[in-house]
Design a protein around this ligand. Sequence first.
Ligand SMILES: [Zn+2]
Ligand SMILES: [Zn+2]
Length: 289
Amino acid sequence: MKRALADRLLEREKTIILVENKTNWQLEKEERIKPSLWWKQVAQAQAQAQNQTTSTEQSDANTPKLTNLSYMQIDETGVVDMNVIKAIDEFQEEYAINNTIWLQLKCKCSPKKCSGFGNGLGTNTSPERYNTYEFPGIHRSLLFGLCALNFYLARQDVYKFRLISSGYRCHSHTDGKTANHRGKALDIQFYKGTWAIGGLNKNNIAPLLYIRDNFFKTYLNTQNDWDNINLFTTEPIGLTPTGEKISGHTYSWIHMDVRSFEKQYLLDEYFCTDATTLNKEKLITLINK
Ligand SMILES: [Zn+2]
Ligand SMILES: [Zn+2]
């Protein structure tokens, strides 16, 4: 028994040392451990919402009914212990990016000029807005963000993830002029109930704004413009009152990108092309090294 306890303490110490080590572990820590800080918050928010729902009639048809947050079952203490490590590994498996989504993420240039994630063309410059470099895949944090988004969408029954309408767009893509989609952006589409939100339709705007404000902003801490560094950004959403397109606005999808990330968080090694390069090793394997 004593031996087992000593081992556990040693494991825990190793974990803390890893977490405090701010070298290569920095991104892992920010992208994989920080999400754990949301769990307690979301549980509290859900408890509150459920109390409100039972005391007053639900008046807004957009407001999803929340289900219990029973998954994870760990307390937010700020300490990354073995239970947190295990929960993060389990989360990664349950909310994986499936093969259908990987196909949607790939570049659709025609005729085919790249393997799906460009050819490394262009010089990697600043600012990111004008950076024409073809990064070697999709930024991993965008996909971790997508997994988290699906986790929270699964906790209500109104809005659902539908598909990635655009992921990678290389130089040869017909819509390859924007630098963002060379690995730093995702366009995501949704269902509201059985309605597939899509096309040029004024009715899309309200549900898209709802999803942006109640899921992207709440759980991914997104910003609506590119003002601040190191945050996910969603492109403005809207159509004119008569239903015409507005330049630089999305209207049937939500565009999220990492354009505001500093260069140190946009190294080639943070971009991935498949499940193996996205997830790399499990935390449990990492800490036992
Ligand atoms: Zn291509
Ligand atoms: Zn986009």
